[in-house]
Write a protein that binds this ligand. Structure first.
Ligand SMILES: *Cc1c(COP(=O)(O)O)cnc(C)c1O
Length: 225
């Protein structure tokens, strides 16, 4: 990605390409949200993206988000903030007070901790959850294995967690399409409408395969420092 082109220009190219991919496929979603993956981006750069029209952001780390987002959210209350990195059980409370959407619900212990805090009075009103699926069954990656997805989704529903969809990060060394197809199949089977899939290198494939949320870092901001 050319680091000299502006965020505004990158956003316009991305939007055009998302729309083109969407129109080319009968199984594409009716609308695709562009989530700006703003890890390692300073507040000034995030402000530039907001100025260009981005309204949805994703951060990977609770602590980094806590350093950047309280003031940004105060200035821009309509922004939705997603957690797209792993969530430690002892950070759930902080995460729920900062993020609107948690895309990385990935284990029973985490689901139980969220339900426990809710029972203690922490409101989940307006919150949304995605379950992360480890479609490539990579040991270093978080996410529920595909064969355990149905039972984990069921468990989250029993706990009354507002789960809206599934998220995946395919292995870097494999074609992403079969992983996107698997994610979609699990979502359809379980009546979940949202699919968070697709990044800078593969978002067009993801959109053609039904993504409702692409998570874009490099193609919007340029290479991370
Ligand atoms: C960083 C990140 C992205 C964006 O990656 P790019 O390749 O820079 O677009 C998307 N999803 C997750 C989970 C990430 O950590």
């Amino acid at each position: 990605m050319d680091n000299n082109i502006s965020i505004e220009k990158s956003l316009s190219i991305l939007s055009t390409n998302i729309e083109k991919a969407r129109k080319s496929s009968p199984i594409a979603a009716n609308g695709v949200a562009l989530l700006a993956a703003s890890k390692a981006q300073p507040i000034a750069v995030i402000e530039e993206a907001i100025g260009a029209g981005v309204s949805c952001f994703g951060e990977n780390r609770v602590q980094e988000a806590q350093e950047k987002w309280p003031e940004l959210k105060k200035r821009h209350p309509s922004i939705t903030l997603h957690l797209i990195g792993p969530l430690q059980t002892n950070k759930v409370k902080q995460a729920l007070s900062l993020f609107d959407v948690i895309q990385t619900l990935d284990r029973p212990q985490l689901a139980e901790e969220i339900a426990r805090l809710e029972a203690l009075g922490m409101s989940l009103e307006g919150k949304k959850f995605f379950i992360q699926i480890n479609t490539g069954k990579e040991p270093q990656k978080s996410g529920v294995f595909p064969e355990n997805a149905d039972s984990f989704i069921h468990m989250c529903r029993e706990l009354k967690l507002p789960v809206v969809g599934l998220m995946c990060v395919p292995p870097v060394d494999q074609p992403p399409a079969p992983h996107f197809a698997l994610l979609r199949e699990i979502a359809l089977k379980n009546n979940l409408s949202e699919l968070s899939m697709g990044m800078s290198s593969d978002f067009e494939t993801a959109v053609r395969m039904g993504s409702s949320c692409v998570r874009i870092g490099t193609a919007l901001f340029g290479d991370r420092k």
